[in-house]
Write a protein that binds this ligand. Structure first.
Ligand SMILES: C[S@@+](CC[C@H](N)C(=O)[O-])C[C@H]1O[C@@H](n2cnc3c(N)ncnc32)[C@H](O)[C@@H]1O
Length: 259
């Protein structure tokens, strides 16, 4: 059955709305992780949205592939960033098998999966897409992000040429945050994200046949604390002692560049 495209009315406004977002951080970490990949490698951005990260990587010569469930997000990516290799695909059923050297799934795309089994299926699908030596980098937002910055708030934002009206509510029982965005031109979107305990995500990574290299607070690249609002996960199908040494160097590079 065809699912409704939750981003249909939002997609063409997405980039100006997200203009303040620090994509440089994802760019620095993603490009650093390519140290693990062979000289010629395949990068897949899963849940690529409007292709902001892909566009940045293209500028350093990468020809990344992008998939997303939302056709309207992919159409906007094409319109804004030209001829990117894009396809509609679900995180839970990626159309790749042992082909991807570096897989990213960022800006809380994983939180859009609303059932535990969806997350497990997505991680299994990502693990299957990776080559034996492939690496996965995904992130999630925490309950702290939602309760601190969004829950119970109604607010408006001015953007060039349009205004957005936001309303956000978090249900602590279902762990689902619902944020509605209305655009003054008439468009409307409902963004639903589920918050998952880190212990569940760590276990799901292992169940999907991968081992973790890092679970870090995105703002410090140190272990998460109760103040953490976003968490970066880095996993490989197999983690050797050499991988751990290499990752230590990558982490030092990232810390030098970002923190
Ligand atoms: C917050 S946006 C992030 C987009 C992009 N990664 C970025 O950094 O701008 C979340 C994206 O996840 C996509 N998404 C949600 N559920 C998905 C699924 N099951 N399969 C593939 N993409 C999905 C949405 O369509 C949306 O483009």
């Amino acid at each position: 059955m065809k699912q409704p495209d939750g981003f249909a009315d939002l997609a063409r406004y997405y980039d100006p709305i997200m203009d303040h977002v620090d994509y440089d951080r994802w760019f620095v970490i993603t490009s650093a992780l390519a140290e693990f990949a062979p000289d010629e490698f395949t990068h897949l951005d899963a849940g690529c949205g409007t292709g902001v990260l892909m566009g940045m990587l293209r500028r350093i010569g990468w020809n990344s592939l992008g998939v997303d469930l939302s056709l309207s997000m992919l159409r906007t990516a094409r319109k804004r960033r030209g001829d990117l290799p894009l396809a509609v695909a679900d995180l839970r059923a990626l159309p790749f098998h042992r082909e991807v050297h570096l897989l990213t799934c960022l800006f809380d795309s994983m939180n859009f999966l609303l059932r535990e089994e969806d997350v497990e299926q997505a991680l299994y699908s990502m693990s299957s897409a990776l080559t034996g030596d492939g690496i996965l980098y995904f992130d999630v937002v925490t309950e702290r992000m939602v309760t601190e910055h969004f829950d119970g708030r109604d607010w408006e934002e001015d953007n060039p040429g349009f205004r957005t009206y936001w309303k956000s509510r978090y249900n602590r029982i279902s762990s689902i945050s619902e944020t509605s965005v209305r655009i003054n031109t008439g468009g409307m979107a409902m963004i639903r994200e589920r918050i998952y305990p880190l212990s569940f995500l760590e276990e799901a990574v292992h169940k999907a046949g991968m081992a973790l290299l890092a679970v870090y607070d995105a703002d410090t690249w140190k272990p998460p604390t109760k103040r953490t609002t976003r968490v970066d996960f880095i996993a490989k199908r197999v983690v050797t002692a050499a991988d751990e040494r290499q990752f230590k160097e990558i982490r030092e590079h990232v810390l030098r560049c970002l923190y």
